[in-house]
Design a protein around this ligand. Structure first.
Ligand code: FAD
Ligand code: MLT
Ligand code: ZN
Length: 472
């Protein structure tokens, strides 16, 4: 009898259907929060092979979990524990199909690593501005499937804003070629926007046409220490006024988050963290010159000191120093993982309300779950905080998280809802936030989402049980 694994091997070649011990890294999420069991991992090399794989799985009634770099933070890219699902890894599909300099676009396959695409764009004389800590291993397919954000959203938008067209394999195994490089197209429902951010539940992204931007003449980074989050939000307002469209990133980090980086990576030499409650990183892109950029930064910082907002500041003198400062910021997630299992909340709130939110959430948590430690950092310029909770210093972190995660997240998300925020700003819903979603999204919105899932994937073949619960 021919098994599904045999059929898949006939489509992609036996070397690209993995089983047994080879499944290990595909079955565990990046945070070590969930481990599933797959029937096999299949690694197609083309959109046509993806379509044939989906048709074979549909015929067998077997569901698929699309996977890119497996760096997602909400446990959406690993199989469940039944041992029956097929993990569809897109990583072999890593060709840059074309670059169109006049249209300022490139068309790339889903498995391209984000950092590789940044380099390809740079070599062609352009900037591809999507930028996040996992860029050395996440894929553009995963970035689009999660509508990833990162550190330059303030100026360039998130993955959605950078995408002009998609190629998608549907749950029926048909190929939709939507790879237009068009900036205007109002011919009906926007299918591209439906697939972006759908976390592999509506279709499999096999390629994308992406926007390229001009490379700025200069980029400058400042590290500023402050006494409070109120000062940080006031400084953000000042930065908008002084830098206008040049303001590219505005990241905030609390003392405890930086202390974790210092403890686990002392070689990074975190500046100013011992004396100040908060630090921010400000990125400026300038289309004139480095001198012009430095003059703008000087005026901004002068005003910030005059108004008593900034306590101390450095402006990076070289690209290397700027890179080192950003490396500290990008190491917070890794330092948190070194410290032990933690509870993540990737939330957004209107910027103006963030200081009050943090005050209320901190107080409610300190009262409700004594001993928790607050790792608070993120993309303040987008109103997006990573309001993460580390277990108390002494004791078993895994046991603490197992016992208290639900209470902690309920306190945080209820506070988020009272402040008119979102419980997922950029990481998505996946498995980890699925059960929280119905409490924080309107019933009408959830019904519409279920209707879309039912229309596009009636057999529940694509990443079932992620974002939305499976329907009976
Ligand atoms: P995966 O983890 O493999 O998959 C993520 C989801 O997309 C899953 O639901 C999967 O089924 C689906 N999927 C993957 N590929 C496809 C495809 N081709 N078609 C359809 N569905 C697909 N995220 C941010 O937004 N901003 C950040 O600043 C940020 N920083 C991070 C820093 C670190 C250190 C780490 C580890 C993660 C960070 N993330 C961040 C989260 C993560 O990197 C992003 O969600 C990223 O977009 C995931 O890409 P991936 O290729 O690893 O996708
Ligand atoms: C980041 O911005 O570094 C990640 O999205 C945050 C996280 O690890 O929570
Ligand atoms: Zn982030």
């Amino acid at each position: 009898m021919t098994t599904l694994t045999d059929t898949l091997a006939a489509i992609v070649g036996p070397a690209h259907v993995l089983t047994g011990a080879d499944l290990d890294s595909y079955e565990q999420d990046w945070r070590g929060r969930v481990r599933g069991r797959a029937l096999c991992v299949v690694r197609p090399a083309s959109a046509d092979e993806v379509a044939r794989v989906v048709r074979a799985c549909a015929a067998a009634g077997t569901s698929l979990v699309p996977q890119g770099g497996n760096t997602g933070l909400v446990a959406g890219s690993t199989p469940d524990d039944t041992g029956t699902q097929v993990v569809l890894s897109l990583r072999r599909m890593n060709a840059v199909r074309s670059i169109d300099p006049q249209n300022m676009t490139f068309t790339v396959e889903a498995g391209c690593i984000l950092q590789t695409l940044q380099q390809v764009a740079d070599e062609a004389g352009f900037l591809f501005p999507l930028s996040l800590g996992a860029e050395g291993s996440c894929t553009i397919g995963g970035n689009l499937a999660t509508n990833a954000g990162g550190t330059q959203v303030l100026r360039y938008g998130n993955a959605r804003e950078l995408c002009l067209g998609l190629e998608v394999v549907t749950a029926q195994g048909e190929l939709w070629d939507g790879l237009s490089g068009l900036r205007k197209d109002n011919t009906g429902y926007d299918l591209r926007d439906l697939f972006i951010g759908s976390e592999g539940t509506l279709g499999i992204i096999t390629a994308a046409t992406l926007k390229l931007h001009p490379r700025p003449a200069a980029q400058l980074t400042a590290w500023v220490a402050l006494a409070s989050l109120e000062d940080a939000t006031a400084l953000l307002g000042l930065a908008h006024q002084h830098l206008a469209a040049g303001l590219t990133g505005f990241e905030v980090m609390n003392q405890f988050a930086l202390g974790l980086v210092d403890r686990h990576y002392p070689q990074l030499r975190v500046p100013m963290w011992r004396e100040h409650a908060w630090c921010v990183l400000i990125e400026l892109s300038d289309n004139e010159s480095e001198d012009h950029a430095r003059a703008q930064f000087e005026r901004l910082l002068e005003t910030a000191f005059e108004q008593g907002l900034a306590a101390d500041a450095i402006v990076a003198e070289s690209l290397k120093q700027a890179h080192d400062l950003w490396h500290i910021r990008e190491s917070i997630t890794l330092a948190q993982a070194e410290e032990g299992v933690n509870v993540k909340h990737d939330i957004s709130i209107p910027v103006s309300r963030i200081p009050d939110f943090v005050r209320e959430a901190d107080a409610a948590l300190a009262a409700g779950v004594p001993g928790v430690r607050f790792v608070n950092f993120g993309h303040l310029g987008d109103g997006n905080l990573h309001y993460n909770i580390q277990a108390p210093a002494d004791g078993d972190a895994r046991a603490f998280v197992a016992a208290h995660e639900s209470t902690i997240s309920t306190i945080v998300y209820d506070t988020v809802s009272r402040f008119g925020g979102s419980i997922s700003a950029e990481h998505g819903v996946g498995e980890l936030k699925r059960e929280k979603l119905p409490h924080h999204k309107s019933p009408v919105a959830l019904q519409l989402m279920q209707a879309i899932k039912q229309a596009l994937d009636p057999q529940q073949l694509l990443n079932p049980g992620r974002v939305l619960a499976r329907t009976p």
